[in-house]
Design a protein around this ligand. Structure first.
Ligand SMILES: NC(=O)c1ccc[n+]([C@@H]2O[C@H](COP(=O)([O-])OP(=O)(O)OC[C@H]3O[C@@H](n4cnc5c(N)ncnc54)[C@H](O)[C@@H]3O)[C@@H](O)[C@H]2O)c1
Length: 396
């Protein structure tokens, strides 16, 4: 029997608190090491996992007893850290977004290929079981040809604790870098991957958070299938109001009122607030216990499902969308529900995909080339908004 994969994690921030419980649940992985400059995070990691800790990623890469390194450092470091991991002959899992530019993604893919290691770009909702169930309907052909995909996400991203680099677009801040990969990956999975062109508009409408906060994008796939993705992170309306209170939001309506007031009056210390959500600040325990402070909110009885907005895929003879327990399939004979089991699988699914690629020869769906193409779409959303024109894509 194959030994479990030994995982090291680079960056013990908020993303780590979301990923590590999922890795813990996967029987073919063990969490053995971590790197982060924050001492309290390293202390908490040793206490929780009994693993080895390092103050920088290079030392983690040199650990001979690590097989895979998950990069959960800030966006501007993904390229440097991914290449470093690959150069040390270890497999790479990189959180979204893959990097800041297509050129950076290209360098990461080249490093993985040169060193013969796997590169998986994960932590997007396209991997969640409801999207997989929708994709199964696409592949089955039971409703005929796919004719359109429409996806809406209204949430409170801009109200959450945000440090400077999450707001600064040049460092990968704002909702296009941070959240568009979820929507782009989802519609690309359903639509066959290859986007021909993008027309979009990006808004920056919250003075306290001068960063992209919303976008509306029209994508056309190679075969002419259209997709729209609409995102709004200002925290007024929330898509989960339309979806049985299942979704990805941090604050209740009442909390949003209070947070907005505090943001406007400058009463929030963003660094302190963000630190409170990271690994080492108690969040690792809060997360595994399902605390609302660290976890996306989802309806209690349906905690197994966690969506990123509302996605409807339309076909010649029907539609498919998420339902309270899985997905609804609408066809000529009416509506039926296909149940899905298991949560979003944050952490678990990436480790499973990596394990199966390494030991069962299965292809990695969310590989570097896939994520490069997703980032090309994200970059085109911004460029299309800036130049007010359709952008043709070349790296799909
Ligand atoms: N916040 C989320 O809900 C979430 C979810 C999924 C993915 N992500 C992605 O995860 C990444 C990190 O986001 P975050 O919200 O966790 O940020 P964060 O600031 O909470 O965490 C980043 C961590 O990396 C550490 N770090 C910074 N520079 C480092 C370096 N040079 N070497 C090693 N460690 C370093 C920081 O000390 C911090 O602990 C981003 O790419 C983001 O898009 C975030």
């Amino acid at each position: 029997m194959q030994e479990p994969l030994r995982l090291g994690i680079a960056g013990l921030g908020v993303a780590a608190t979301l990923v590590l419980p999922g890795v813990e649940r996967y029987e073919n992985a063990r969490i053995v090491a971590a790197a982060d400059p924050r001492r309290n995070a390293l202390d908490a990691f040793r206490e929780k996992y009994g693993g080895r800790t390092y103050e920088n990623v290079e030392e983690l890469c040199a650990d001979p007893d690590v097989d895979v390194i998950w990069i959960a450092t800030p966006n501007q470091f993904h390229k440097r850290h991914a290449i470093m991991v690959a150069e040390h002959g270890k497999h790479v899992i990189c959180t979204k977004p893959m990097a800041l530019t297509v050129e950076e993604c290209e360098a990461m893919c080249a490093a993985a290929e040169r060193n013969g290691v796997k590169l998986l770009c994960g932590q997007t909702y396209s991997m969640s079981p409801d999207v997989t169930a929708m994709w199964d309907v696409v592949k089955s052909g039971e409703l005929g040809r796919l004719i359109a995909i429409n996806s809406w996400m209204y949430t409170d991203w801009l109200l959450k604790p945000r440090v400077a680099e999450e707001i600064d677009e040049s460092l990968g801040g704002g909702v296009v870098y941070r959240h568009a990969p979820h929507l782009v990956d989802t519609v690309r999975l359903l639509g066959g991957g290859k986007v021909r062109s993008v027309r979009a508009t990006v808004g920056r409408w919250m003075p306290e958070r001068p960063s992209p906060g919303n976008f509306s994008a029209y994508l056309e796939f190679d075969d002419g299938t259209p997709a729209t993705i609409v995102y709004n992170g200002y925290g007024y309306f929330d898509t989960s109001e339309l979806t049985w209170d299942i979704g990805n939001r941090m604050y209740s309506s009442e909390e949003r009122v209070a947070v907005r007031k505090a943001l406007r009056s400058g009463a929030i210390d963003h660094e302190v607030a963000k630190e409170g959500m990271r690994f080492g600040a108690g969040a690792q325990d809060a997360t595994s216990q399902g605390s609302a402070a660290a976890q996306p909110r989802s309806a209690g009885t349906r905690a197994h499902i966690n969506w990123f907005g509302l996605t409807v895929a339309s076909f010649e003879r029907g539609d498919v969308r998420q339902s309270p327990n899985g997905v609804y399939v609408y066809g000529d004979e009416g509506r039926r529900e296909v149940p899905v089991y298991g949560g979003r699988g944050n952490g678990t699914l990436e480790m499973k995909e990596m394990f199966e690629a390494l030991y069962e020869g299965k292809p990695i769906k969310h590989d570097g080339r896939w994520a490069l193409a997703t980032l090309e779409v994200c970059n085109a959303i911004v460029r299309s908004g800036d130049e007010r024109r359709e952008i043709m894509l070349t790296r799909q």
